[in-house]
Write a protein that binds this ligand. Structure first.
Ligand SMILES: Cc1cc2nc3c(=O)[nH]c(=O)nc-3n(C[C@H](O)[C@H](O)[C@H](O)COP(=O)(O)O)c2cc1C
Ligand SMILES: [Fe+2]
Ligand SMILES: [Fe+2]
Length: 398
């Protein structure tokens, strides 16, 4: 049975939720599921904005069919070609073969790669700022390259003042009926998953996100409809402020993340003592075992906090694997402007700090605090002194 929802006078939510999925994009745990959003505009010409993931296809097509009431679908606007949004293009075309696909040239190339059902005169190619009138609605299109993929664009409807923002402003987590962020405790409870989504999915592309925010400034927006998570219609400045910070890699809080790996517990011992010292100085600390907490969560906390302490044993002449992965994610997502400190461990040839420092010193605007604490197997008095010095230097720079 259809489950579409009315958003404005003639615009409807036609997406759906997947709460069975364990790993989004085969990489990110989604303990609260995920929503695949899509929208229907019931104008003189009928319009669908993006399709959905194959996991929610049944609901999506039931929603469209119920809204069309036997009419034809005129336009499918494609903002993003990643298969969590484009998986149903072929099926949509098979059901509504006369539909015009409104997309940019780059998307057309990807559609031809991913899909099999479309034909040449099905495309209506748009450029930056182009306009599509569908009766009473006027849509305009703005390119947002790399705000997840190179072909991404966003669509603005000047009648409803809605920005269809593609993956920008998306959030992990299924929608529990409350479609709007203001119907939930979003800025207390939802923001952590929004940040984890942002940092992991688009965090790498801060300058491109900033460019999109700049374009959006010139539009009169009263609602942001993303492809995942809730719709924003109140306090838009609050979520935009978060995006401005995230896109510029500006820490939200003066706090410390301690991410440690430990096989036998000795590195953990040093990390915990550092945490205790910092706590005694009134500093807020967020501690994670990299082998236990998924890197996507730790990376997200590294975006939130100003200071990051990495602690790891040496492993086969390299770095313990879960720390290696975290570090490679930190690098891949261009985390910049953070202050780092290091604790290493090794029984015969400690190398972990050297490796961690090498990666971190290639990050933009990073500061490295001394001393680096080296543990040889288990903690001795001498390391307690170094830990105290490191704690003082963290406190001095926070
Ligand atoms: C598979 C394996 C490989 C290791 N490789 C190295 C190494 O290359 N160099 C070194 O100094 N220690 C190496 N170690 C030893 C650990 O780094 C060392 O015992 C350290 O104290 C462990 O810290 P933890 O108690 O926090 O786990 C290795 C340990 C394991 C299990
Ligand atoms: Fe995407
Ligand atoms: Fe997506």
């Amino acid at each position: 049975m259809f489950q579409y929802r009315k958003i404005t006078n003639d615009m409807y939510y036609i997406g759906a939720n997947d709460r069975r999925i364990s790993l989004f994009e085969s990489a990110y745990p989604v303990p609260y599921g995920i929503s695949y959003n899509s929208y229907f505009v019931d104008d003189k010409k009928t319009v669908v904005l993006d399709t959905v993931d194959k996991s929610v296809a049944k609901t999506y097509f039931e929603n469209i069919s119920a809204l069309l009431k036997g009419r034809t679908l005129d336009y499918l606007i494609i903002n993003h070609m990643e298969p969590d949004h484009s998986a149903m293009i072929d099926e949509l075309i098979s059901k509504y073969p006369q539909v015009k696909i409104v997309c940019n040239q780059k998307s057309k190339g990807l559609i031809l790669q991913f899909c099999h059902a479309c034909y040449e005169d099905q495309f209506l190619i748009v450029n930056e700022g182009d306009i599509l009138n569908t009766g009473s609605h006027t849509f305009s299109f703005y390119f947002a390259p790399m705000v997840h993929w190179p072909e991404v664009m966003v669509t603005y409807d000047s009648l409803d003042k809605v920005l269809y923002s593609a993956d920008a402003f998306g959030t992990f987590g299924a929608l529990s009926g409350n479609l709007f962020a203001d119907e939930t405790d979003f800025f207390n409870k939802g923001i952590d998953e929004a940040r984890r989504y942002y940092t992991n999915i688009v965090g790498k592309y801060g300058p491109q996100v900033s460019a999109l925010l700049k374009k959006a400034e010139s539009l009169d927006i009263s609602m942001i409809c993303a492809l995942h998570g809730p719709i924003f219609r109140k306090d838009l400045n609050k979520i935009i402020e978060k995006y401005l910070k995230w896109a510029t890699y500006t820490p939200e809080d003066k706090e410390v993340v301690i991410a440690y790996a430990s096989i036998y517990g000795n590195t953990e011992n040093a990390a915990q003592i550092l945490a205790n010292l910092l706590a005694e100085k009134g500093i807020r600390v967020n501690m994670y075992d990299t082998s236990v907490t998924h890197y996507s969560e730790i990376l997200s906390q590294c975006f939130r906090c100003s200071h990051v302490i990495l602690a790891a044993p040496t492993y086969n002449g390299g770095l313990f694997t879960s720390m290696e992965q975290l570090l490679s994610e930190i690098k891949a997502h261009n985390l910049s402007g953070r202050t780092f400190g290091f604790i290493e461990n090794g029984s015969w040839g400690p190398l972990a700090a050297k490796i961690m420092k090498e990666t971190v010193s290639n990050l933009k605007n990073s500061t490295i605090l001394e001393p680096t604490v080296t543990v040889k197997s288990s903690l001795k008095e001498i390391q307690l002194e170094s830990l105290a010095d490191l704690a003082n230097n963290i406190a001095g720079s926070i």
